[in-house]
Design a binder for this molecule. Structure first.
Ligand code: NAD
Length: 491
């Protein structure tokens, strides 16, 4: 059985979408696995005046589609939940919260541990953090940890302001900034793949790798999140955080050991090699797009709560060049978009071609480059392509894939990203959270791209259900590369 964690967990925004769809199911699975058992309570706060009983019904409702539920376990779990109506700007409400936390700590034996989870709009984070401090909600006996959702700011300046307001109450080692991609199995598995295979480790550099491609493709459009998306766009929503974190995991040096400090030291070093672009470079290497309608689906500009003239990007492709000696001359191509032909998160590592192929002389087909593709989702696993001979008398070459996929049963039984990350926060493991220097470097990079676009850049329109705009293909073709066959490959 898992080691039990004791804590009073306060969720700011307990009636919200994130809490219902992600946090309560994740906490339930932690309860089922015994990570949360007897010595915990959850306080949900929001503006509405709910009773504990009503709140517990909401908790039960949020678990309706969860696997491995039964009435008895769900009731036992919901019994640990308490509701406190709360206005984030009212100091008295924090005193009520503090008293309730202490009462529940005494009742459940939570050892003075406090986990504060901000599941609210980011504009409230600073206010909540400063009230937590001024109204003395921080426990003196156990730990105090703060979990923060993305977006962490909307540019470097707002991220810096947010960070300052948070650090007035919490030290960096108490802050857990969520990037849920870091909670995904295959993203965590990337480090194992890179750092445990003597076959791969020595060749993971510019001498053997030609280019690296990261694709985060979504099939869905903006759905109900248009209000937020209109002001964010794909660059802020996907690139500054998820894609930059994936670049770090793919490219960073091997950490001295697998500890949060060493992993973050490696990431910081990598991000110190993410140069701040000139606007000209950003114009040249980054393109943006927006989806058009299809026969069955609305275009972005026809979506509810979207300006009919909106130039918010729903697609981004770009070329990132690191000035790290290990990666000089190796482009990292990234692309992400909504309403594409399929949902896929993949990382393709293209190795360099042979300098000389002895089979050319006998007229056989060219040896193709080797490629390692890491499938993050929905499929999870990897494929390495090797050249081999075709069966037959002639000496033709063919590309043979060596493929491994985790089975759907294994995937279904594995903890979901939020479950992993909340467990890490309860255990005090910051490995899979982002730290301030990473935010700093990535926002400074992204701000230039944003500025270059705001100063005038084409918005490449693409059809819903397509592979994205032609401009993304041209971006690679210009430099002699091409995208991996994400949208045509059945692998
Ligand atoms: P939401 O609008 O559904 O919920 C917001 C919550 O805040 C509600 O419980 C509401 O009652 C509460 N609230 C608002 N104003 C308040 C006030 N003045 N005082 C007290 N409570 C107040 O938002 P959400 O979608 O759950 O998002 C929450 C956070 O999570 C945001 O930072 C969002 O960016 C982030 N996030 C959400 C998702 C998602 O899928 N929903 C995904 C990633 C990140």
């Amino acid at each position: 059985m898992a080691k039990e964690q004791a804590s009073i967990i306060t969720i700011f925004g307990g009636s919200g979408d994130l809490a219902r769809r992600k946090l309560y199911p994740a906490l339930y699975q932690l309860f089922r696995r015994g990570v949360l058992r007897d010595h915990f309570a959850v306080i949900g706060t929001a503006r509405r005046p709910w009773s504990d009983e009503y709140y517990r019904d909401i908790i039960r409702e949020s678990l309706q589609d969860e696997p491995n539920t039964d009435d008895e376990t769900v009731s036992a779990f919901a019994g640990h939940f308490y509701y406190q109506s709360h206005d984030v700007t009212d100091a008295d409400h924090y005193i009520t919260l503090k008293n309730l936390s202490q009462k529940l700590d005494d009742q459940y034996g939570a050892q003075g541990n406090r986990l504060f989870y901000m599941a609210m709009a980011p504009r409230f984070f600073g206010t909540i953090a400063s009230h937590i401090r001024s109204e003395n909600l921080l426990s003196k006996k156990g730990y105090n940890r703060l979990v923060i959702e993305k977006p962490f700011g909307r540019d470097f300046k707002t991220a810096q302001d947010l960070n300052e307001s948070i650090s007035a109450a919490f030290n960096e080692d108490q802050v857990y900034r969520i990037d849920h991609y870091l909670g995904k199995e295959m993203v965590q598995g990337l480090l194992a793949l890179r750092f445990t295979n003597p076959l791969l480790t020595p060749i993971w550099n510019k001498d053997y790798i030609s280019d690296i491609q990261i694709t985060l493709a979504e099939k869905v459009g903006v759905e109900e999140r248009a209000g937020y998306y209109e002001t964010a766009g794909a660059l802020r929503d996907m690139v500054q955080n998820h894609i930059m974190q994936l670049i770090a995991y793919v490219a960073m040096e091997q950490p001295a050991s697998f500890t949060p400090e060493e992993v973050h030291a490696s990431k910081n070093k990598l991000f110190s090699h993410l140069p701040v672009l000139t606007e000209e470079e950003a114009q040249k290497n980054w393109i943006r797009g927006q989806y058009l309608a299809s026969s069955t689906q609305k275009g972005y500009r026809q979506e509810d709560n979207v300006d009919p003239k909106s130039d918010t990007e729903t697609y981004v492709a770009g070329r990132v060049d690191l000035d790290d000696p290990r990666w000089v001359g190796v482009p990292f191509f990234i692309r992400t978009g909504k309403r594409l032909a399929k949902k896929a998160t993949e990382i393709a590592i293209n190795f360099k071609p042979l300098a000389h192929n002895i089979f050319d002389a006998v007229g056989s087909k060219d040896a193709r480059v080797n490629r390692l593709t890491v499938y993050v989702e929905p499929e999870q696993g990897y494929t390495l392509t090797l050249n081999g001979k075709t069966i037959g008398a002639d000496y033709d070459l063919r590309q043979n894939p060596l493929s491994f996929r985790y089975s759907q049963d294994v995937i279904n039984a594995a903890p979901e990203a939020y479950e992993r990350l909340i467990r890490d926060a309860l255990r005090g493991d910051q490995t899979n959270f982002t730290r301030w220097p990473e935010q700093e470097a990535t926002w400074q990079y992204i701000d230039v791209v944003r500025k270059a676009w705001d100063d005038g850049a084409d918005l490449a329109m693409y059809n819903s259900g397509s592979h994205g705009p032609a401009a993304a293909d041209k971006l690679l073709e210009r430099d002699g590369y091409s995208w991996a066959e994400t949208f045509t490959n059945e692998n």
